[in-house]
Design a binder for this molecule. Structure first.
Ligand code: SAH
Length: 270
């Protein structure tokens, strides 16, 4: 028999909170302030990871293309870096939510440090129960955050609820391929690409664009080697986050591209 307390500990949401409350800084130290993969334009693009992760943000900004004055929801905001980039590119208000209270605190401090606090704010929330009224945003993105949410249909319906009719939602997320081997399996759920699209449609959203950008997210060899070297140099810290087996898998996964997929989707509420 499983006790109530144990059942609670098994919730993915609690594991995600634990992970990001404890390891956000380890990640930032390794990867930078963007907690998502990089985007390389083509074979001649040798951007280091910090620049490549901004380049992925730029792909989402171009798809969201918000008009000045609009209010945008950032679902799963990390420490706010994509929200700041969006607010610097477009004259919009951004509200970010994360299930990690640590991240919300850091993101808020960073917003004040960067002089953006009048337009970019953060709050603690579970994406499955957003603390906002119906139709209170003009656009949204979920930037590599749905990966942590097992019931994506429910979350997408919830995001749709808080969007005004005619709004755009941009999704960036991993999907699985038949031989996918990802790290952190206990805190991620990745459907295959066709199932992902079906989930979006079941949530009542209209898919306008659905692009497999996996090839652009595979870092050039040089960048991979530098990330692997950084991982090994910070082994003592990183291993606290991964455990020894996951650490080996992580280093391997950086050296040899894994068979995961990555998609960008632009969807509208109607
Ligand atoms: N979008 C950010 C962070 C990506 S990491 C960036 O690109 O930098 C995944 C993010 O999703 C984390 O901030 C994590 O706290 C958040 N997240 C995961 N599950 C969540 C949930 N159920 N509700 C809200 N946020 C969640």
């Amino acid at each position: 028999m499983t006790s109530g307390a144990q059942a609670n500990e098994d919730r993915v949401e609690d594991k995600v909170v634990d992970f990001y409350d404890n390891f956000t800084e380890v990640f930032r130290d390794l990867w930078g302030d963007n907690l998502h993969v990089g985007y390389w334009h083509d074979a001649s693009d040798d951007a280091p990871i910090g620049k490549a992760t901004d380049q992925l943000t730029d792909q989402l900004i171009a798809r969201l293309a918000p008009q000045p004055g609009r209010r945008i929801l950032d679902v799963g905001c990390g420490v706010g870096e994509p929200a700041f980039r969006l607010a610097r590119t477009a004259d919009v208000e951004v509200v970010g939510v994360s299930i990690s209270t640590y991240q919300v605190g850091r993101a808020g401090e960073r917003s004040r440090e960067q002089g953006l606090a009048d337009r970019v704010s953060f709050q603690h929330a579970d994406a499955a129960e957003l603390p906002f009224p119906d139709a209170s945003f003009d656009g949204a993105w979920a930037f590599e955050s749905l990966i942590h949410m097992p019931d994506k249909e429910k979350v997408l319906r919830e995001i749709k609820r808080v969007l005004r009719p005619g709004s755009t939602l941009v999704l960036a997320d991993m999907f699985s391929q038949p031989d996918t081997e990802l790290t952190f399996q206990d805190i991620i759920t990745t459907p295959e690409m066709s199932e992902y699209r079906a989930v979006i449609e079941r949530a009542g959203l209209v898919v306008r664009e659905f692009t497999d950008i996996t090839a652009n997210t595979l870092a050039p060899q040089e960048v991979r080697e530098s990330i692997a070297a950084d991982l090994l140099a910070r082994k003592d810290d990183v291993i606290k986050m991964t455990g020894p087996e996951e650490f080996e898998r992580m280093v391997d996964g950086v050296r040899v591209p894994r068979a995961y997929g990555y998609l960008l989707a632009t969807v509208t509420t109607d």
